[in-house]
Each structure stands twice: as C-alpha cells, then as structure tokens.
Design a protein. Sequence first.
Length: 297
Amino acid sequence: MTEPTPKPSPPRLPKTAGPKRATTPKPRAKRKARRRPPNPALAWARRLARYRPRLLEDTLDRLGELYGRPVWERRLDPTSELVLTILTQNSADINAEKAFVALRAAYPSGLAPEHHRPGIGWGGEGLPAGAPPDWAAVEEAPLAELIDVIRPGGLGPQKAPRIQATLRKIREERGDHSLEFLGEMEPLAARDWLTSIPGIGKKTASVLLLFCFNQPLMPVDRHVERVAKRIGLLPAKAPPDLAHDQFIAMLAGTPDKTYETHVLLIHHGRVICQARSPKHDLCPIRDRCRFVDPKAP
Ligand code: SF4
C-alpha cells in the first residue's frame, strides 16, 4: 500500500488594508465651567444676614445704649501701639502698661510726650503721659537687659527677642522705625505687610491699623471671640484666623463701624459676658443670644 499524498494547503492571501473608513469626529465633551471655591468669610456673612437679619446691628444698638457709642481717636503712635500690643500678648493689659512705662524710662527718646487715650475696651488704667521709647536703643539693647526691663509685663524672655526682631525688620525695610506709612496703604495690604513679620498675627496687625489709622480691620481677641460666638455672630468653631475675615465681611457695608464693634464687644466681654459667669440677666442682647436660647432669632 502506498501512503496517500497530503493535499497541498491553499496559498495564503496577503492581508490587505481595505478601504479606509471615514471616521466621524467625536463631539467634544463640554468643559464644565469651573466654580470658584466660595469665600468662607463672605459665605458666612451672607448666611447670617439671611437667617438672622440685623443681628450685628441690634447687638451694636443695644450695647451702644448701655455703654455709649465709642468714637475713634488715635491713642498712640503706631510703633508704640505695636510694641504695647506685643506686650499684651498672653498678659493682662495692666502688666503690659508697666512694661511699657519701664521701656520709656530705660530708653528715653526725648521726643514730645504722648497721651494715651485707651477708651473703654482697654483692660488697664491707661499709660501716663510720656515720650515714646528710643526704638533704636531698644533694638540694640543687650537681650538680657531688655528681658529684665520688660519683666513686669510677663513673658519677658519670649517678648524681648520678638520686639527686637520686629524693630529690626521695620528698620531694615523702611530705614527707620516709623510705621506711619501704613496709614497710606490699602488696609489688607497693610495687614499683610505687618503679618509678614514673624510673631505678628492678624490680631496684633489689626489692633495697630484700627487704633492708629481707623482702618476697617477687626481685631478678634479672646473677649470679642467669646461674646461673638455666644451670640452667634461667629460660628462656634470659627478658627481665630478666619474670624478676623468673617468680621470684615459682616462689616463690609458699614466699615466705619469696625472700631465701635470691636470696642463694644470687648467691653461687654469684660463686664457682663465674662468667661466663667456671664450675667445674662443684665444683658441687653439676651433675647438674641444663642448661648441662652439655641433657637434665638
Ligand atoms: S445673654 Fe449671656 S451669653 Fe449671651 S451675650 Fe449676654 S451675657 Fe453673654
């Protein structure tokens, strides 16, 4: 038997590309319009105006009736105001006054005396009349000596280097220690300039700019923060940094009321709405305060 011869396999055909298909362009997906992230300070001010109308106005009217409407008046030159404010950081105003008086005595400038008019928001007695210290001498003083001079104010070892670094930065940038130029600047730009100095936050910068130039920047210290959060002018968990801007947004329509707002709230926090035992019965804002009534209008 002979073996069957295998069938030849069909020749392979070369692959052809074939006719090109016309491709229809895909419609481009519409770009979503990017929404700007909401400004949290502005958003809060709008929400408050919508759900609790006239809360800030009522608060100011009632506190103004009780304590009188404070009128802005410059109380010190800006460099003195800045150093005095540094001295008040974590210290009672009355002790900061003692340290400032000691600075004047240790580094006399011979300039014209200033008259400190602290007004009702200040927790000390007011400085006696006196010339501002010689800031160049304060900047160049041996650190140990300066710590000793400001010791009556408390926290001398922390504050003395901060004061010297602040004075140094001002002189290096401006040629002298004067801060009068800040009065010519746009308020937020002036605040930025000050907060670029290490150890100067929004609160200290706003104190200087409000008290020396009546710029509409609200310093939120512990009294202002406590009273405002209790009433509901600030959200309960507002971080201090944001609280400053929330007040700016709330006062955007009436920036000239910033001084009055600060002074009335701080004074109320000192005399009636104290941290430990607030005197609700004496308080003119009671019916609008969320601390005593969580559903207050
Ligand atoms: S009612 Fe009481 S908690 Fe509210 S603001 Fe007045 S004192 Fe403060």
